[in-house]
Design a protein around this ligand. Structure first.
Ligand code: C5P
Length: 239
């Protein structure tokens, strides 16, 4: 069956504190989102790539597609939260909104953040295979810090045993019908506060969500220092 990808890129990038959202910051002369999209476009078995951006960045994204010669990208308008952006991306396949150019509904959809540029074929193969076997799958990493919860007075309430937990990263992959159904059935709380697509699939579709060990390169460019790190890796890769 076919495999497509949805890249949420509709965030505001507030934590970076730059003039524009991090996904549009240039690294070695190419916007971050274009690096990530290019990595996916190099993989021949991924058919369509949906890049979801906020309304104000649709024209920016279209000019990036033109300038950097992307061939398989469709731009879709995002929502106020990451989940709503992803859901908008999925709707393109299910509701045939593009009357002039309908996209075929894929068997499996990969969801990958536009701000994780170092994505390689082997991890994508693993999550896609696991999604076919289980319904859903996603990359995880060991925690680098212990997770704590505070009580109302701002003091420690409890902490989690670090070795038992993992950070949920990207990419994730789903049977299309499962994740689409999960988004349809979930409530506003899930869409606005829920942070985990794998969990939505588990909760609403009773599917298993296989956890796959990812690599440190999958980290999410979040803060300004991450842009420096990403740029130097890209520079090394180019030379
Ligand atoms: O905010 P966070 O770091 O979790 O964002 C992860 C990804 O989700 C980013 O690529 C960001 O652009 C995207 N996003 C989105 N729509 C939103 C918020 C975030 O597509 N409303």
């Amino acid at each position: 069956g076919s495999v497509a990808a949805v890249l949420p890129a509709g965030g505001s990038g507030e934590r970076l504190g730059a003039a524009r959202p991090k996904q549009f910051c240039a690294l070695q002369g190419r916007p971050l989102v274009s690096h990530t999209a290019r990595a996916l476009e190099r993989i021949s078995w991924i058919s369509d790539i949906i890049v979801v951006v906020s309304l104000e960045h649709i024209e920016t994204m279209k000019s990036i597609i033109q300038k950097y010669g992307h061939k398989r990208i469709t731009v879709v308008e995002g929502g106020v939260t990451r989940h709503r952006s992803i859901f908008n991306g999925l709707k393109i396949f299910a509701e045939n909104k593009l009357s002039n150019c309908p996209l075929q509904k894929p068997e499996v959809v990969i969801i990958h953040d536009a701000v994780r540029p170092f994505i390689e074929e082997d991890i994508l193969l693993k999550v896609v295979k696991a999604a076919k076997d289980h319904g859903a799958a996603g990359a995880i990493r060991p925690l680098v810090s212990t997770v704590v919860a505070s009580s109302a007075d701002g003091c420690l309430d409890h902490s989690l045993e670090r070795a038992r937990y993992r950070a949920s990263e990207m990419p994730q992959a789903f049977l299309f019908d499962i994740i689409y159904q999960a988004y349809h059935q979930c409530n506003d709380y899930d869409l606005d506060y829920g942070t985990e697509c794998l969990h939505l699939a588990l909760k609403y579709c009773k599917t298993k969500a296989k956890l796959i060990e990812g690599s440190p390169d999958l980290w999410k460019v979040t803060y300004k220092r991450d842009l420096y790190a990403a740029e130097s890796i890209i520079k090394d890769n180019l030379s």
